[in-house]
Design a protein around this ligand. Structure first.
Ligand code: NAD
Length: 488
């Protein structure tokens, strides 16, 4: 549907009227188009009144020209893709950039390269004009108001944060900003305090040859498996900004998000992300330690944690005892902050213990298998749920990797099953057997280990006559007969 608009622009006391036709009815879309239209005519103006018939639709001030409405997102992984799709759903004009051509081609064809509930459906709905995947960084930056960096920041063998991707991306952005002034750069990747200013900003200044750009750090708190929902409805948006004007621009980008903004310095924003993830890792490990103890005494740790969480100072989330945490965030972030502390000669006894505890926790599942079967050499073991948690195909640091490694060390034959993560796990374990359905993995198994509780695995009839070792509360049962829970 074409909207026929009349735009009256006042600049230096002179008013001029224009007729404009804009397709579509979304208000944000209309704003983007209006901004483009006004910017094509004026560098500066006082007010613009936009009418549809006689109805005043918008009164715009000059701030619309500096408001970032089109955004390039560098890195189209879990965070970049979801941020891009989420912001496009809220009316921002998004160009998603990646160096991985395959990924970009898939997204161009509206096929999500990752599995996340709701992502595929939303991706299919986004019009080309609003969501453009590309490998052309230059074009993306030159045609956007702001660039969000969401490249990976994994950790090295020694735990240190690996800033390789971030440095490379920053240099590339800098080269392009040589010919552009006033751009806003937002770091969304998780980075240790000081990185945005000392690495990203520095690299951009070096390659751009000027510092006429703005920088901010906006950490992302989404959980894989619930990522779309977490991005669209965050508990808070933390804004680490150089000055209030930059913070206001970020607020504009997220203005449709009904949430609290927490504005702080860049370094504080960087640290908030590490403190949040470490806190959650502490909660999980705390519940696991109590779980191990409760099992030894014969007390239900879930009941204990329900009781604990009735205290208003303690929230029940992340207190489910089980086989420990994995994923692309908690392990590497706990590692990176421990490494940083070590460099600063600051002790992190709490985080050190969590790290040690979490690496041992999944091994308990294998010990329990040995308790039931004796030696595992030559035994068939079904490992169900390979992703680090249900709802994702991400296997990075999945507890299933520790379990499978232990089983292989002991000479067991492993039959893995996961509804979506098989292809990713094959890259780590190409030689174990994979089943297309849980029944197939279970059929010849001497024992079944449930590592990640996908809904299609939570059916008791699947395990009839089999010993089932439960790592994640697949069933609300107590250890008895052929059923054994890791902490219950
Ligand atoms: P990812 O590995 O899934 O995606 C990173 C993407 O960046 C890849 O597609 C890669 O090809 C691309 N890339 C690398 N260098 C590039 C370059 N120079 N130009 C363009 N693209 C480039 O990573 P992720 O899981 O999305 O994590 C990204 C960041 O967000 C990390 O810092 C992570 O710690 C943080 N984070 C992740 C999560 C999560 O749940 N995955 C949650 C919050 C924060």
């Amino acid at each position: 549907m074409d909207r026929k608009l009349r735009v009256k622009i006042q600049s230096f006391g002179i008013a001029e009227s224009y007729s404009l036709s804009i397709a579509g009815k979304d208000k944000n879309h209309i704003l983007v188009k209006l901004k483009e239209f006004i910017a094509s005519l004026y560098d500066d103006f006082d007010n613009a009144f936009v009418y549809e018939g006689k109805k005043l639709l918008f009164k715009l001030s000059r701030s619309i020209l500096s408001a970032p409405v089109s955004i390039s997102v560098v890195g189209t992984g879990y965070v970049g893709l979801i941020s891009g799709v989420g912001l496009a759903m809220r009316g921002r004009k998004i160009t998603c950039v990646d160096i991985d051509e395959n990924k970009i081609n898939m997204i161009k064809n509206r096929i999500s390269p990752i599995f996340e509930a709701g992502l595929q459906e939303e991706l299919e709905k986004l019009p080309k004009e609003y969501f453009m995947p590309t490998t052309d960084l230059k074009n993306a930056i030159m045609n956007s108001d702001a660039t969000m960096i969401a490249v990976g920041t994994p950790c090295k063998e020694n735990g240190e944060i690996n800033l390789g991707y971030l440095k490379e991306a920053s240099k590339e952005i800098g080269k392009i900003l040589k010919n552009k002034h006033g751009h806003l750069v937002i770091v969304k990747s998780t980075v240790i305090p000081g990185t945005t200013e000392n690495t990203v900003k520095k690299a951009i200044i070096e390659t751009a040859g000027h510092s006429n750009f703005e920088i901010a750090m906006v950490p992302e708190f989404l959980r894989e498996g619930l990522a779309m929902n977490d991005f669209l409805y965050p508990d808070r948006i933390v804004i680490g900004a150089e000055n209030p004007s930059v913070a206001n621009k970020i607020k504009f980008i997220f203005k449709e998000f009904e949430t609290k903004f927490y504005v702080t310095t860049i370094r504080t924003a960087e640290m908030i992300k590490y403190a949040s993830n470490s806190m959650l890792a502490v909660k999980i490990s705390f519940a696991n330690e109590f779980g191990n103890l409760c099992k030894a005494i014969g007390i239900d740790v879930y009941e204990v944690m329900d009781g604990v969480a009735l205290d208003r100072r303690i929230n029940r989330a992340f207190l489910n005892a089980g086989r420990g945490f994995g994923g692309s965030c908690f392990p590497k972030d706990v590692q990176a902050i421990r490494y940083l502390a070590d460099q600063l000669k600051v002790e992190t006894k709490l985080l050190d213990s969590i790290w040690a505890l979490n690496k041992e926790q999944p091994k308990i599942l294998v010990k329990l298998a040995e308790k039931h079967l004796g030696k595992l050499k030559g035994k068939n073991v079904a490992v169900l749920g390979l992703a680090f948690k249900p709802g994702t195909d991400d296997i990075r640091e999945s507890p299933a990797i520790i379990v499978i490694n232990e089983l292989l060390k002991k000479g067991a034959n492993v039959y893995g099953y996961d509804p979506v993560a098989e292809e990713n796990m094959k890259k780590i374990f190409p030689n174990i057997a994979y089943a297309a359905a849980p029944e197939e993995a279970i059929k010849n198994a001497d024992i079944v280990i449930g590592v990640t509780e996908w809904p299609d695995l939570k059916k008791e009839e699947l395990y009839k006559g089999k010993i089932f070792i439960d790592g994640m509360k697949f069933f609300n049962k107590k250890t008895e007969g052929n059923y054994e829970g890791i902490c219950w």
